[in-house]
Design a protein around this ligand. Structure first.
Ligand SMILES: C[S@@+](CC[C@H](N)C(=O)[O-])C[C@H]1O[C@@H](n2cnc3c(N)ncnc32)[C@H](O)[C@@H]1O
Length: 177
């Protein structure tokens, strides 16, 4: 399998700073609400970055849920762990991964994957991995401003593993078929 490249540490820190500003104008909780994340769920935030959506999703799932923050970059996971510790969330796990999460089959209620797809060279690998780890009829919520709507829907649905269920403000929820 072709490996994906991670950003340099400087690039990652710059991106994290930019996301701090983004989150002021676009509060992360909005996408979490659109993803229909519920209390007690097990949620995978794939390509978590500095954890804006991991933290917002953990707020939503509450103490009975579990958040798994996954990223190729070790600094991302460090950042998420620091944020979780500061807030006092002890139900966040982190995994460093490049499209092979090692999570159990059908163990996840929801996957969120925001602004990540464009960085993944073999998109089929990650789509198959999402399919493998999601419980039956569960949802992948995804956006990527680098692609238009047709491209996103095509990437996710062309293998017949997912179908589009919801589309709002360039955020797409796909159900595992
Ligand atoms: C543009 S950032 C988005 C971060 C976060 N989802 C957000 O919107 O705040 C993309 C993230 O995806 C991660 N990433 C890129 N390729 C990846 C891969 N193959 N597997 C896991 N994470 C990856 C990057 O390290 C980066 O943290």
């Amino acid at each position: 399998m072709k490996k994906n490249k991670k950003k340099s540490n400087i690039d990652f820190r710059f991106m994290s700073f930019f996301f701090k500003i983004r989150d002021v104008f676009h509060p992360p909780i909005k996408k979490i609400i659109n993803a229909e994340i519920k209390q007690g769920e097990i949620v995978l935030d794939y390509g978590c970055g500095s954890g804006s959506y991991s933290i917002a999703a953990t707020e939503k799932i509450g103490p009975m849920g579990k958040l798994i923050a996954a990223d190729i970059h070790p600094l991302a996971l460090k950042k998420v762990r620091e944020k979780a510790k500061k807030i006092g969330y002890n139900n966040i796990e982190t995994i460093q991964t490049d499209c092979d999460t090692k999570l159990d089959d059908e163990s996840i209620d929801k996957i969120i994957c925001f602004d990540v797809l464009h960085g993944i060279s073999n998109k089929n690998n990650i789509i198959k991995e999402f399919y493998r780890v999601l419980k039956p009829n569960s949802t992948l919520s995804l956006d990527d401003h680098h692609y238009n709507e047709d491209q996103i829907i095509d990437f996710i649905t062309s293998d017949g593993l997912f179908k589009l269920a919801y589309n709002n403000d360039k955020q797409y929820n796909f159900i595992k078929i």
